[in-house]
Ligand binder design. Structure first.
Ligand code: MG
Length: 260
């Protein structure tokens, strides 16, 4: 196991905790969250995974954006041709899911952590899950894409449609075993919840589930979660986290291989 020397102490668990860039690595040169550039920069940084958020437009196009509105337009009430006129902070067009997956396919060393946002109705969520899973399968990217959602309905739809995928629930309010019984194979919880209820980490591992903590930007919390055997941390500081956890390009490459 690789160990990192931090302030004179060896962080023994660091070899097991991998880094996911939250909305890509956007605060370097990429210049915009959830942009194609932020995905490429995350891959260049050598993280395990790059997270991004997917929403459905009025005309049923899956697009990549965190909020349910962008520059004053509600995504679910706006068509993609209208949204296409907008520009991200770095000048990119609002990416479609298709564009994002195509960019990800060019970066096979990075896992794509695909968050399906909750929508107002189950019907909208089900339409989006079907669309996303169909695209991922059509592109042969089932092993590179991992799914996360705050919506239990979305997670359960994913279990029904792509049961062998990595599927993690984000809302941080359920014991792991309850999710396991529904076929959900990971928890991706707010880091404070995991720090307050570390028994959920052990419970998840007991059922063969993965544990991810979001969104961890502070060095002390990153160290604490690594020591607590969390499998992944999602962070806005991916390069700093890699350095803190003692990752080496060779070890990270080995991790990606073992995950695929
Ligand atoms: Mg997200």
């Amino acid at each position: 196991m690789a160990c990192a020397l931090l302030g004179g102490t060896v962080l023994a668990a660091s070899g097991q905790t991998r880094v996911i860039a939250h909305r890509g690595y956007w605060n370097g040169v990429a210049g915009a969250q959830n942009s194609l550039a932020s995905l490429r920069e995350a891959a260049r940084a050598g993280v395990y995974g790059s997270e991004f958020d997917v929403q459905l437009t009025k005309d049923s196009v899956a697009v990549v954006n965190h909020d349910d509105d962008i520059q004053g337009r509600v995504i679910a009430e706006t068509t993609y041709p209208q949204l296409q006129q907008l520009r991200l902070k770095n000048g990119e067009v609002l990416p479609t899911l298709d564009a994002y997956l195509a960019a990800g396919k060019e970066q096979p060393g990075v896992q794509l952590i695909l968050e399906i946002k909750p929508h107002k109705t189950a019907q909208e969520e089900n339409t989006l899950v079907r669309l996303v899973v169909d695209r991922v399968k059509a592109l042969g990217m089932e092993r590179q894409v991992e799914y996360i959602s705050f919506s239990l309905n979305v997670c359960r739809q994913l279990v029904a449609q792509t049961p062998s995928s990595s599927i993690s629930y984000l809302r941080s309010d359920k014991a792991p075993k309850e999710l396991y019984d529904w076929g959900i194979n990971g928890i991706d919880y707010h880091y404070k919840v995991l720090e307050e209820q570390p028994e959920w980490i052990a419970e998840a591992h007991r059922w063969g589930m993965t544990v991810n903590a979001w969104t961890v930007n502070d060095d002390g919390h990153i160290r604490q979660l690594a020591e607590g055997q969390v499998d992944f941390i999602t962070t806005d500081r991916p390069v700093d986290a890699l350095s803190l956890l003692g990752g080496t390009p060779a070890r990270r490459a080995a991790n990606v291989t073992s995950a695929q």
